[in-house]
Design a protein around this ligand. Sequence first.
Ligand code: N01
Length: 541
Amino acid sequence: MSKNTQPSGANDLDAVIIGAGFSGLYQLHCLRDQLGLRARVLEAGHGVGGTWFWNRYPGARCDSESHSYMYYFSKELVDEWEWSERYPQQPEILRYLNYVADRFALRSDIQLNTRVESARFEPGQQRWIVTTQQGDRFTARFLITAVGCLSSANIPNIPGLSEFSGKWVHTGQWPHEGVDFSGQRVGVIGTGSTGIQAIPVIAEQAAHLTVFQRTANYSIPARNAPLTTEFKQYAKQNSEEIRHVMNSNTNAHPFRIAQRQAAQTAAAQRQAIYEAAWQKGGLQFRATFDDLLLDEAANSTAADFIRKKIRATVSDPVKADILSDIDHPFAAKRPPIDSFYFETYNRSNVDLIDLRATPIERITERGIQTSTGEVVLDVIVFATGFDAMTGSLLKIQIEGKDGRTLKDEWRSGPRTYLGLQTPGFPNLFTITGPGSPSVLCNLPPAIEQHVNWITACIDHMRRHDLRQIEASEDASAAWVEQVNAAANATLLAKVKHSWYLGANVPGKPQVFMPYAGGFARYIDICNQVVANGYKGFQLSR
Ligand code: N01
């Protein structure tokens, strides 16, 4: 970077970036190609792609619409790339990210098969010392984590798993050679977004599928379809407007939340609005009214509508009861969208077990033992989610300026300023970290905003000959309060068993992690911080 960093060897860099997914690729491009810094991405996988490199389960597809699930920083890239479907499948997104890596010649500065083990800030040198499992050692002025919010697999500790004689897999660590379900008796544990995508596809391949459901879930039909030529043209010709819409609303999706209230709308009209949104499909259902996440009565109008749809779709009344007995407000947990999920329960080869009534007792050599009997299985699929937002960060031993580790600092929950920095950890930036809108958003725009902010900050430091930036304790404490207040103003905080709160991982502190005040407001706050001389950060030479 500047004259005062003076790299002395190949492994002495201006910046180390951990992870080669959407975040890491763009951060490398910005630091290397815009600022001219010596930056390297360290990536554990043997390919780029992050989430989309690992999550190869059948039916893996993005819930954001393809024309919004992409980078917008380069108009040429927007014009060159063509998506085939309304929601892109995992292989297509992986192809896109590989295309980006080639298009911007990023590979020469990405080191694959390299898992970062530890990072320690050396206050005397004002540099990070980064070591990897493979035995490399790097030093860098800046350390930027781009490890993803949903990348640390949560495999529940069910007794007996090691005795199971069949095959078991977690959806987030899917074997690259695939899993052949033909002729197999398969059990899927989990009915979150992932399970809801995988179950219909596995049901078509397997001899028999048993779904183990702990918590019933809402889902809206995705209505996936090939994109028309007209739509592809529209998306390219209106890319600036689409980008503007994403950056000026709550969830960074390419549609606006309707400015009307379900609670104030006549029942027949409300029904017609929900029906139209159901037919249109996708996450836009959540945007039909602007009080759905604020008012329980308003929310229950949407929840009741979906429950009736489930009952109308599933022909077996017992299964319909189990699937529609949902214990939380609609969209207060991340709302899934699906392709023929509820219809799948009408297949003769699909059973559903309600774990609330008949919990899993253990895994046996032959299958899964619930309180009422043993289900014999050849394959168990864990669609059981992730140690979200903090899991992948805390697997790395990150030690700040006073020798305190991030794990210690976050013992009672993540404490950040804007999700970007933590006091005590100078020059460490986290892309879409806890305390930022992150998982409540369509992620690529949230990633671009964070990367742009970090890049501009580093550029500012370089131009002013500053070597160190650190979030202040006061600013972080105030921000944590704002994050809590934003969540408490919505129904999101009312759900006790949600991964937004860390409740899905035993022993994890239960703190609402993402910033729920909206993406547009968050952008505004970040911009204000810069306009006020990086207020809340301590910058020093
Ligand atoms: O994980 P989840 P996911 N015994 O945590 C159940 C993103 N995503 O992988 O609700 C029995 O939501 C658990 O039950 P319960 C998206 O943001 C994006 O599905 O805890 N069951 C639940 O049913 C999403 O929200 C895309 O009672 C157990 C399920 O497993 C996030 O990833 C696609 C259990 C876990 O659901 C995570 O979704 C897919 C146990 N011991 C996912 N432990 C895109 O399109 C857990 N469960 C971009």
